[in-house]
Design a protein around this ligand. Structure first.
Ligand SMILES: *Cc1c(COP(=O)(O)O)cnc(C)c1O
Length: 403
């Protein structure tokens, strides 16, 4: 290869010296405290998260998956129940439903924003539906206005899988405040990443908050007295202390992610390599939020956010044509560019759910997205020359792979 520049999908080692110092300071503070699980750091972090999200209660837990699990446990989800969720998501969304003995009922997505299609939600609801669990995929809120309206009309609670969307907004409200419960992940690749596993549950309901707190420690209240069965969903003081250092820098980092996304959009559309997804005509003028030309003719289809605050946890494009996405991916890999496929198999086609009886063709939009999607490097610390390398390599890859 003529160009040996490497652009990783994500590089977590690019930490500013000032931040490193603060993290080391937080580490020493916890080390000398002698208190390592559920303490003052966790309490302070929970208050700071509640402020940031704009909700009354925040309960920090062991991971994003455990946040989802404990949220569904707090609602009493169990055998015989159904939980409605998108099929185009990370595995944990449906995995937690299954683990509780309940049945995940899938809904197809909208190609434009990758999120649950509210128009297909109503027909997924049955008398057994215990919760609706939209996912704010890649950092953009699902259409919570319509999803909440439909769920409310059927008396079903909404639990948000906001794992990728801390700080995302829909009509001026933040992810994690629409449902009765919101679930976040601080997995290192998320916008606010711990130095290990961590998660958070948000709610405005004091009773649910208390239930989640009790479930977090095996359901014991007082200690060793169990009216319910919970689990070990505790979070370390260390992770809370480290996350407290990073939280005040989150908005600046998110702004850099968005600037990177805008740069890709401008450059790729400008070179005639990409166009914005125009799958849903009723979306109208707001679709051109990024100022790019919706009528452009490039082969790469870019996500087309319809207003709201997209926190760009991932920048995922779609490349159609038999095998073309994979050829482009290999080309980029040869140029030292890291990419990923989020997600190659929609949940309804996962082998572990085969007894649900789904077949190829059941959720065509999700299946198409799984075949066409490609995540490009978008992390905040990317340099301009790296973005340019991705743009020019992608342009080359597209002509090299022209059918
Ligand atoms: C990351 C993620 C989770 C799980 O979070 P962990 O902290 O990794 O357990 C759940 N749902 C979605 C959509 C995610 O992206």
């Amino acid at each position: 290869m003529t160009d040996v520049k490497r652009v990783p999908l994500l590089d977590l080692t690019r930490i500013e010296p000032a931040m490193t110092e603060q993290l080391e300071h937080a580490f020493r503070r916890v080390l000398s405290s002698g208190h390592y699980i559920l303490g003052k750091e966790v309490e302070a972090f929970e208050r700071e998260c509640a402020d940031y999200v704009g909700c009354r209660h925040a309960i920090a837990v062991s991971s994003g998956t455990d946040a989802l699990l404990v949220a569904l446990m707090a609602l009493g989800v169990g055998p015989g129940d159904e939980v409605v969720c998108p099929t185009y998501s990370f595995f944990a969304t449906a995995g937690v439903v299954w683990r509780l003995g309940a049945r995940p009922v899938f809904v197809d997505s909208r190609a434009r924003c990758f999120n649950m299609d509210p128009e297909k939600l109503a027909r997924a609801l049955t008398p057994r539906t215990k919760a609706v669990m939209p996912v704010h995929l890649f950092g953009q809120c699902a259409d919570m206005t319509h999803i909440c309206e439909i769920a409310k009309s059927r008396g079903v609670p909404v639990v948000e899988d906001a794992a990728q969307a801390l700080g995302a907004e829909h009509e001026g409200r933040r992810a994690g405040t629409f449902g009765v419960l919101g679930c976040f992940s601080f997995f290192p690749s998320k916008n606010l990443g711990a130095l290990g596993d961590a998660g958070l549950v948000t709610t405005n309901d004091a009773d649910l908050a208390e239930t989640v707190r009790v479930l977090r420690v095996h359901g014991g209240k007082p200690k060793y007295h169990h009216a319910m069965v919970g689990g070990n969903f505790r979070i370390d003081e260390l992770q809370a202390a480290l996350l407290r250092v990073k939280l005040p820098h989150l908005d600046a980092a998110t702004a850099r992610r968005s600037a990177n996304a805008d740069y890709y959009t401008r450059e790729l559309v400008g070179r005639g390599v990409a166009r914005l997804c125009a799958d849903e005509p009723r979306c109208g003028a707001t679709c051109r939020a990024r100022g790019a030309n919706a009528g452009a003719s490039g082969d790469i289809v870019l996500p087309n956010p319809c207003g709201g605050r997209h926190v760009t946890n991932q920048f995922v494009v779609a490349i159609s044509g038999e095998g073309r996405r994979d050829r482009v991916r290999r080309f980029l890999s040869d140029r030292g560019i890291g990419t990923e496929i989020y997600y190659p198999i929609p949940l309804h086609l996962q082998r572990c759910f085969s007894e649900l009886g789904h077949a190829v063709g059941d959720y065509p939009v999700a299946e198409r997205l799984a075949a066409e999607s490609l995540a490009l490097p978008i992390f905040p610390e990317l340099r301009r020359d790296e973005l340019d390398h991705v743009v020019s390599s992608l342009a080359e890859a597209m002509s090299a792979s022209r059918p």
